[in-house]
Design a protein around this ligand. Sequence first.
Ligand code: NAD
Length: 381
Amino acid sequence: MKKNPHRPHDSVHSRRTFVRNMTLGAAILGSGAAGALAAEIGEAARRGERRLGVALMGLGLYSRGQLGPALLKTKLCCFAGVVTGSHSKGVKWSRHYGFPERNIWNYDTIHEMAGNPDIDIVYVVTPNGLHAEHAIKAAEAGKHVICEKPMANSVADCDAIIAACAKANVKLSIGYRLQFDPHHIELDRLAREKDFGLLNRMSGEHSWIFSERAWRIEKALSGGGPLMDVGIYVIQAACRGAMCQPVAVTARELPKTNPTLFNEVEETIEWTMEFPGGVTCEGSSSYARSGNRFRAEGAKGWIQIEPAFGYGGIRVRTSRGRLDFPEVPQQSLQMDDFASCVLAGRESPVPGSMGRDHMAIIEAIYRSAAEGGRRTEVRRA
Ligand code: NAD
């Protein structure tokens, strides 16, 4: 028998919560986006459908450490090609993952993918400032697009990606893997079902020590510092807890401890998001310290996710006790879900509009910090 993936750990959980949580494992696979995924996987398998071919564009750390290995575990898609600046690297990848050498492109030959039946989806995993150019080229080649977070360096670029995908009639999704993680799905459930009341006080931090001279601290390629890179996860969690976009933000950049290294982007930033109905979230993000947590409180209880944003090892405590969830292959689920969207003709639960919304919040945070912490409204679509 299959193990229920959502096991409340403590007896302090009420019977009602226990029963509800017992069913969440089924709910994870039985409702919403992931439910559609489970159904689609079964349906595709019954139809004997071919897996959709994915080409990874950008073979850096994330592709190497996470996405390539994740494509060995997907059920509706497979690793079919790469776009890379280094042909010899592409050859190594083709031998390792077993796709033909003809499916190696470089950044100037993306258009040659058009009409290639092996590739259905292009996954853009290049530096943030190149996402728009690369995603648009992939769409123009007629390929469905997954674009890594942050979607682009500006709302205008996000809009351009959305427009290009609409014009090419291809689907678009953003690489928010935590949309498929059960710990964060539980945050969605608490927000929706209000076990702890309205989650009106939230806080979170995502920080890591980064001290290399690399694209992550070059403004043209990164769009900003830790906020763009990892602080965005706090924004995503807060929007899930509030179930909407904030109306306004206030922010301040902290003094730099290494102004020589961080001469183009912030080193540490703190911000407050104001949501409708008095709901707030205090966020922070830094390249000069570690931090990985998210907390949401209502009148009747709280949930604390810590560590909150990793590929695994996420832990959840609540005012009613600890919750244990299974480790899931976040990236495999994410890519399979997108493949199922393409197969079923449905929209992704992590659509381009979500990436664009988060970019509007980030732009407002940077504007507020630049204007001495002035309350700044978040631009609507
Ligand atoms: P990386 O530096 O390790 O890799 C970047 C890749 O882009 C390299 O292969 C590099 O050769 C290529 N590239 C192409 N043009 C380039 C240029 N002009 N300058 C520099 N590199 C260029 O970075 P990464 O950590 O793999 O991050 C890539 C993207 O993935 C970023 O947008 C990042 O935010 C995102 N990311 C997402 C997650 C996640 O959990 N969803 C995790 C890590 C990274």
